[in-house]
Design a binder for this molecule. Structure first.
Ligand code: NI
Length: 169
C-alpha cells in the first residue's frame, strides 16, 4: 500500500460506500493507520491509497492509539466558519488556507459495524471535513481562494511533472 499523489485520477473520483465490513476491510484500515503515522499525517482517506471506497482514518491529535476509522461517514449538521492552513498527504509541500465549519455533527460506522454519531469542533471537525471531501473526489486545493490556489501553483506543477516522469510520458 502506498500513498497516491496528485494528479492521480482516483483522487477526483467519488468513492463507493462500503457494503460489508470484513477482514479485508479491517486489514486495509490497519495498514492505512500505519501509513498515515509514517507520513506524519492526521488523516488519510481510502482514495489516497488508490482504494475508491468510503473509508477514512482520522487522528487529530497525531498520537498513536487515538485513531478513528470512519466507514461511510456523513456530516449531519455544521456551524460556524474558520479559515486555516491545511496540507494533504497527496500534495507534498502544498499548503493553503481553507474555510471550514468550526463545529459539525457527523455519523459513521466503526470497524465493529456500529453506527455512531459524534460532535466535533476545531481541528477534529476540520480533519473530518477534509477526509469526507476526499471520499467525494474533492481535494483541498479546490476549496482554496483563487489567490491561495495561485500561491500553490508552482508546487502543484512540480507534482504533475514528477508524475509524468514516473509514467515515462
Ligand atoms: Ni488530504
Amino acid at each position: 500500500m502506498q500513498i497516491v499523489y496528485h494528479p492521480d485520477p482516483v483522487l477526483r473520483r467519488r468513492a463507493l460506500p462500503i457494503a460489508s465490513i470484513d477482514d479485508a476491510v479491517r486489514a486495509r484500515a490497519a495498514e492505512m493507520i500505519e501509513l498515515m503515522h509514517e507520513a506524519r499525517g492526521i488523516g488519510l482517506a481510502a482514495p489516497q491509497v488508490g482504494w475508491s471506497q468510503r473509508l477514512a482514518i482520522i487522528c487529530p491529535s497525531g498520537d498513536r492509539g487515538d485513531e478513528r476509522v470512519l466507514i461511510n461517514p456523513e456530516i449531519l449538521e455544521d456551524d460556524g466558519e474558520e479559515t486555516a492552513e491545511e496540507g494533504c498527504l497527496s500534495f507534498p509541500k502544498v499548503f493553503g488556507n481553507v474555510a471550514r465549519a468550526t463545529w459539525i455533527r457527523y455519523a459513521y460506522t466503526d470497524l465493529d459495524g456500529q453506527r455512531l454519531e459524534v460532535e466535533a469542533e476545531d481541528l477534529h471537525a476540520r480533519v473530518v471535513q477534509h477526509e469526507i471531501d476526499h471520499l467525494d473526489g474533492i481535494v483541498f486545493t479546490m476549496r482554496m481562494s483563487p489567490a491561495d490556489r495561485l500561491g500553490t501553483k508552482k508546487a502543484v506543477r512540480e507534482l504533475e511533472k514528477q508524475a509524468k516522469a514516473r509514467d515515462g510520458r
